[in-house]
Design a protein around this ligand. Structure first.
Ligand SMILES: [Cu+2]
Length: 150
């Protein structure tokens, strides 16, 4: 009987662990991930995404990666003294129960040195990694941008 109790105990611990993991993974919704179509000769592409944090804790996006690109950086477009430029951010904070939209003219992802040119209709996968170790794989859509503003 002792042995059975021990087994049940281990099983309950295992169940709890998987429930916590499932909450961590489903706590952040990543949607509307799209890469702006560009000529095949460009060495850098731009992508936009919506990040929704359903949890009661602050989430922090610390990296985005894909074997298709040499690197992916989080940027923000800024205008300083009437000169438009971009600044790099090492992480992106999504407050508890909040949504952050990366949009042209604001935060965006820069995708460097595509290994193969991307065409409209392609669906490359990007991996989003958060400071708590959670990794979420998301398929991007390659689309034409509707307006020119970067
Ligand atoms: Cu940029």
């Amino acid at each position: 009987m002792k042995k059975i109790n021990g087994l049940i105990f281990i099983f309950i611990i295992f169940l709890n662990a998987s429930i916590v993991l499932a909450e961590d993974i489903s706590g952040i919704d990543i949607s509307h991930l799209w890469i702006s179509e560009a000529p095949p000769t460009v060495s850098v592409l731009v992508a936009y995404v919506t990040l929704k944090n359903n949890t009661t804790k602050t989430a922090s996006l610390v990296s985005v990666s894909s074997p298709l690109f040499s690197s992916i950086e989080i940027h923000r477009s800024i205008v300083k003294d009437e000169v438009a430029s971009m600044e790099r951010h090492l992480s992106l904070t999504i407050p508890a129960k909040s949504t952050i939209k990366l949009l042209p003219g604001d935060y965006h992802l820069m995708l460097f040195n595509p290994k193969t040119p991307l065409e409209i209709g392609d669906k490359p996968t990007l991996t989003f990694t958060f400071s708590n170790g959670v990794k979420i794989l998301v398929k991007a859509q390659v689309k034409k941008r509707k307006y020119r503003k970067h």
